[in-house]
Design a protein around this ligand. Structure first.
Ligand code: 7PJ
Length: 284
């Protein structure tokens, strides 16, 4: 199964890795990694992306807004200044399949203009102008579920039936995207782990991921180093690798097509082991 992503054809017949490249000074686990003092350093960003591509990432997800719980909103100009030069450099220097993690219509358009191949919107194209901007790019779009906004979303998340509510929301966003002229074969879905969800909500969603996969759209999941692992294991962000790998494997087994991670090399090993086991005996 191929996803038509700008200049790229993305093979989703087995799960692929999306490497996270935050151009924020303040993201929860890798904020500031692309900074020299308070200046965004393009060479640092490029080096990190090259390493992830070498380690097995197929997509590089560039984000300029920290959406960690309690994060401060960024201005459009700040986001443009962080994201556009990095996308441009990655496309020019590595011919990478770059996804842009944004909710802002102008950032979507500008990122597409400099060669981004995918849009990843944690707000599911709900911002004013986002549907039209995304449609105009002709690029695939990941629609994610979030309850509330980042500054307050973890205060008191509540659901009757978590899976049903996430599905209702995503179905409404699919319909809105289609009405805006975005073709169904360009849509991906994401239940939005950690975005307005307690540990129990996240676990139920992961367990029931196959039901979301059954809607027929490729699923993107982001579980890497998230605070559900802090809640489950009592571990600090720097100690969540094993937990993140377990979640990546569980998500792949439950139908995730794209796995968004910080630790690309280790996740690539996990997926390689998984695919070897799945392929075993098929040539006998
Ligand atoms: C996600 C994301 C996610 C998608 C972030 C973090 C917070 N985009 N952007 N899915 N998370 N599609 O990496 O912990 O789960 S930012």
């Amino acid at each position: 199964m191929f996803l038509h992503a700008g200049r790229h054809q993305l093979d989703l017949s087995s799960p692929v890795i999306m490497g996270i490249l935050n151009t924020t000074p303040d993201s929860f686990s890798d904020g500031g990694d692309c900074y020299q003092g308070d200046r965004l350093d393009l060479d640092l960003a490029l080096a990190r992306a090259r390493q992830m591509l070498h380690d097995g990432a197929v997509i590089i997800d560039v984000g300029g807004e920290s959406t960690r719980p309690g994060a401060k909103p960024v201005s459009r100009q700040q986001e443009l200044d962080r994201v556009v030069p990095v996308v441009e450099a990655l496309v020019r220097e590595c011919d990478a399949l770059v996804s842009v993690d944004t909710s802002d219509p102008v950032v979507m358009s500008e990122a597409a203009r400099v060669g981004a191949s995918m849009i990843n919107d944690v707000r599911g194209l709900q911002r004013e102008g986002a549907l039209a901007a995304a449609a105009a790019t002709g690029l695939p779009v990941c629609l994610m579920h979030m309850q509330g906004e980042p500054d307050v979303m973890q205060a008191n998340p509540r659901y009757g039936d978590i899976l049903a509510e996430v599905e209702v929301f995503l179905t409404a966003r699919i319909e809105a995207a289609q009405a805006a002229g975005i073709s169904s074969d360009l849509l991906l879905l994401d239940p939005g782990f950690g975005f307005g969800k307690t540990l129990a909500h996240n676990l139920v969603l992961l367990q029931q991921l196959p039901q979301l996969a059954a809607k027929g759209y490729p699923l993107l999941v982001g579980l890497s180093r998230k605070s559900l692992l802090g809640a489950l294991l009592g571990r600090d962000v720097s100690e969540r690798l094993a937990g993140s790998l377990a979640l990546a494997l569980l998500a792949a087994d439950r139908g995730a097509a794209i796995i968004r991670v910080h630790d690309v090399a280790a996740t690539a090993d996990v997926l390689a082991v998984r695919s070897a086991v799945m392929a075993a005996g098929q040539d006998h």
